[in-house]
Write a protein that binds this ligand. Structure first.
Ligand code: IPM
Ligand code: MG
Length: 372
């Protein structure tokens, strides 16, 4: 029996292309693992009304880790589902399976290292090395939303919230509410994870990203909790910044920052920014980490227009594989894989289109495999 069971979830679009690339490097590095395919994605929503079928959820309960490609996330309303013949009459609303997976398995850490590798023509500046810790289960992603606000809800809000009076005459079907829900526990554990990472890897500073000057209840709780946690890590510097200012400062001087920690949505935004500084989404890798399970993925989407063309850069996925190896405790293999990818980036002989080359997804993976 293999040492590890890994769920293999290509999903849609280029998710399939990049996972084929991942397989090449995993085979070469000879991880003692069994890879078990799981159905997930748009196709299953169309066919079964569920993009994340129960059998895939079962699979994830019985594996050590998972590799996930990408999924097309569409904001489909029930009305639009009526246009899909197979789903007509079912009143279904599409919800992103990756968001559901993070919540269902309590994968509360979204870890997104953004490291500029030497020789990458897409680096914004040389030697950027930022790490984003994004809270992964709550905040505006909680899914508590109303796009026709029920009367009961608006009555309660009229009673309890003064500012809600400004909306009192808006017709209920022209009013939408998405609840931003943050908890002390959720804030505490993501900030703690960021500080523990900083301690373990000798990072100098953790920056708390928020908008507590305006969004006072939820971001206020996040910031206050973060400051309490920081006290337990006196050797690590801490500062905080509003999300808007943070985007400017990051561009202006990325070297002032080290580890960033943010609630879900700000973390989503800031991690794309950081990924762009180290080469774009072809280089952004991501770990969704809980106590029992971790799911590793490239940060990019499914890019349907490139599906099956083996055109996109597999490095984000290969770096996600490196994160998985580290998480499994296979750090020697993880380091070797990162060094091989760094070598190929530096030599620049094999490059996908985003890097100015004409090589395919699989060419790149094979080139990396040569150094393993
Ligand atoms: C990400 C993506 C997802 C998110 C989408 C695909 C639902 O943007 O992983 O950053 O918003 O979390
Ligand atoms: Mg995102």
């Amino acid at each position: 029996m293999a040492k590890y069971k890994i769920a293999w979830l290509p999903g849609d679009g280029i998710g399939v292309d990049v996972l084929d690339a991942a397989k090449i490097v995993l085979d070469k590095i000879a991880l003692d693992a069994e890879y078990i395919h799981g159905d997930i994605g748009w196709e299953f929503w169309r066919k079964e009304g569920d993009a994340f079928p129960a059998r895939t959820i079962e699979l994830l309960k019985n594996v050590d880790a998972a590799i996930f490609g990408a999924i097309t996330s569409k904001p489909v309303k029930a009305a639009e589902a009526e246009l899909v013949p197979e789903l007509k009459g079912k009143g279904l609303v599409y919800r992103s399976p990756i968001v559901r997976m993070r919540q269902l398995f309590d994968l509360y850490i979204c870890l997104r290292p953004c490291k500029g590798y030497a020789g990458n023509p897409l680096n914004f500046k040389e030697n950027i090395n930022l790490v984003v810790f994004r809270e992964n289960t709550e905040d505006l992603y909680a899914g508590v939303e109303f796009n026709t606000v029920p009367d009961e809800l608006s009555e309660v809000l009229m009673k309890l919230s003064k500012p809600f009076a400004a909306f009192k005459d808006v017709p209920r079907d022209q009013l939408a509410i998405s609840c931003k829900i943050n908890t002390k526990k959720g804030s505490e554990r993501i900030v703690r994870a960021a500080f523990e990472f900083a301690r373990k890897f000798n990072r100098k500073k953790v920056t708390i990203v928020h908008k507590a000057n305006v969004v006072r209840a939820t971001d206020g709780l996040f910031l206050e909790t973060a400051k309490e946690v920081a006290k337990q890590f006196p050797e690590i510097a801490m500062d905080d910044a509003n999300i808007d200012a943070m985007t400017m400062w990051l561009l202006k001087n990325p070297f002032n920052y080290d580890v960033l920690v943010a609630p879900n949505l700000y973390g989503d935004i800031i991690s794309d920014l950081c990924a762009q500084m180290v080469g774009g989404l072809g280089f952004g890798c991501s770990g969704n980490i809980g106590e029992k399970l971790a799911v590793f993925e490239p940060t990019h989407g499914s890019a349907p227009k490139y599906a099956g063309q083996y055109k996109v850069n597999p490095i984000a996925t290969i770096l996600a594989v490196k994160m998985m190896l580290d998480w499994l405790g296979e750090t020697e293999k993880g380091n070797r894989l990162e060094a091989a990818a760094a070598q190929v980036i530096k030599e620049g002989n094999v490059r996908t289109y985003d890097m100015g080359g004409a090589n395919t997804t699989l060419d790149m993976a094979k080139e990396i495999a040569k150094y393993l």
